[in-house]
Write a protein that binds this ligand. Structure first.
Ligand code: UD1
Ligand code: MG
Length: 460
């Protein structure tokens, strides 16, 4: 980050975008509030404000010590970190300002205010007063609980960026942050059964299998998994934001599929809710992406990873499509399982596992863990086996003991498979992988699933 000023072109473009979006929002009041159009316009404002604030606040963040060294560059210069905090704050404010829009119609009807001022009120209505019992309080509860959960997790993220909280201390916090949305799920929806695949149905003698309270444990686990899995698929410029953008766009695509089916469809409302949460998220993330893509001018910080992961957990849980959500997290699930020997300390885990930068070639190479002592014979054997199937690269001494093994992340594995490459190329390839896996996941969800399940809820 060189100067805290926007260029003239940037200022003009952002200003025009903001003005256009404000006009669109003002226009939506003429109809039913048109929440989807308003949400798109709010996302435009979210983009321009985040973009500008990242530029303006860069030096302030540096001064406050929120900075990090870009390790994969020749000159490891320091740049502002924790820019995810800007995204989270702008996002939360936009979502809060947006609250009246999806309820505009209901507010007008419930309070007998605006809409039909020319219509005379019946005596009956005057006596019973406002129709607040008709207001969709459950939908409002979804919004408010989502905001509460996202705020809690953003505080955790900022705390982590400030104090580098230990893994074991911060691991469960997203589960506590998810309590508000789980309560709303319990009261509003409460479905804890899963549909059994056709071949298993005769075996259990039932179509639905009730997981009971375990279903809530499963949803809390999603809230833990999403933020943490994004945070550990990190370390090269742009990768955190790019993976989140891919997941968000694919979720939006999936939501749109549900808007195209004839209304009223039982799942339309929850997918609309998902769109209202995801569009501004895409707005703030695109702005951050512009600054974080190679060569990065800012880092996203843990705040962004936690906040983004929680946005996905919230829409997956309250939108009732947590299993579909997991299909879009295939690279993250693989990375999490692959990392587990290091996460659970079977294998030493250095503070950083990001790929190693070779200043001579300018390429990234797999980073390694050096074994100061010979590994346990079982670990030694396991590592050598994994090396044989090219799932890890090891260096062995004369006695056959592993002295060096590549760190267990998908980024390092990609470099083991395809050789050293430039940072942006690695990022693009992993993003490509995310797109392919996500599209396959959605295809499986809506097409192949019909082979093992009775129906796809898109077609019922
Ligand atoms: C997680 C990973 C760690 C990885 C780190 C990189 C686990 C258990 N932890 O830790 O292995 O090294 O993320 O984000 O898997 N950085 C760059 N270039 C980038 C992004 C980050 O050099 O494009 C460096 C910067 O020095 C930055 C630091 O990584 O300051 C951020 O690391 P941090 O997010 O604090 O690490 P963790 O999330 O704890
Ligand atoms: Mg991190």
């Amino acid at each position: 980050m060189t100067t805290p000023f926007l260029s003239r072109t940037e200022t003009l473009s952002l200003l025009s975008l903001t003005i256009a979006c404000l006009c669109i929002i003002a226009n939506t009041f003429q109809g039913d509030g048109e929440p989807l159009i308003a949400s798109l316009a709010f996302s435009g404002i979210a983009f321009s404000s985040t973009y500008a604030m990242i530029v303006w606040l860069g030096p302030t963040f540096m001064k406050a010590g929120l900075k990090g060294k870009d390790m994969s560059k020749v000159h490891k210069k320091e740049i502002p970190e924790t820019m995810g905090a800007v995204c989270a704050v702008v996002y939360l404010l936009i979502i809060i300002i947006f609250i009246p829009f999806p309820f505009y119609k209901d507010i007008v009807a419930a309070t007998s205010g605006g809409g039909n001022r020319d219509v005379l009120k019946d005596v009956e209505i005057v006596q019973t007063g406002r129709f607040l019992h008709r207001f969709p309080h459950n939908k409002l509860a979804s919004y408010l609980s989502a905001i509460l959960s996202l705020q809690s997790v953003s505080i955790l993220g900022i705390g982590d960026d400030l104090f580098d909280i230990r893994w074991r201390h911060k691991f469960f916090i997203p589960a506590f942050a998810s309590i508000p949305i789980l309560i709303v799920y319990f009261v509003d929806f409460g479905v804890t059964s899963i549909v059994l695949p056709k071949p298993l149905q005769p075996l259990f003698g039932m179509r639905l299998f009730d997981l009971g309270p375990l279903y809530y444990v499963y949803m809390a686990a999603i809230a833990i998994f999403c933020p943490n899995s994004i945070n550990i698929l990190a370390g090269i410029n742009g990768i955190e934001v790019s993976q989140c953008l891919v997941i968000a766009f694919l979720l939006v695509f999936n939501d749109i599929l549900y808007l195209l089916v004839p209304y009223p469809h039982p799942a339309t409302d929850s997918h609309l809710f998902s769109l209202y949460m995801l569009l501004p998220f895409i707005g703030v993330s695109l702005a951050l992406w512009q600054h974080n893509w190679f060569p990065a001018r800012v880092f996203v910080g843990d705040t962004y990873c936690y906040f983004a992961g929680m946005v996905f957990a919230v829409v997956g849980i309250l939108g009732h499509f947590s299993k579909t959500l997991l299909l879009l997290f295939i690279p993250q699930i693989f990375n999490f399982i692959y990392s587990s020997p290091q996460l659970f300390r079977l294998i030493p885990c250095p503070r950083h596992r990001l790929p190693r930068f070779n200043a001579r070639t300018g390429f990234l190479e797999p980073s390694v863990t050096e074994w100061k002592e010979a590994p346990h014979p079982l670990v030694n054997w396991g590592l050598k086996m994994l090396d044989r199937v090219r799932l890890v690269r090891v260096v062995v001494d004369k006695e056959g003991n592993v002295v060096e093994s590549s760190n267990l992340t998908i980024l390092n594995l990609w470099l083991v498979w395809w050789g050293p490459r430039r940072e942006d190329r690695l990022a693009m390839e992993i993003v490509g992988l995310q797109v392919v896996c996500g599209l396959v996941g959605l295809f499986v969800r809506h097409r192949l699933a019909l082979l093992v399940f009775d129906a796809d809820n898109l077609t019922v």
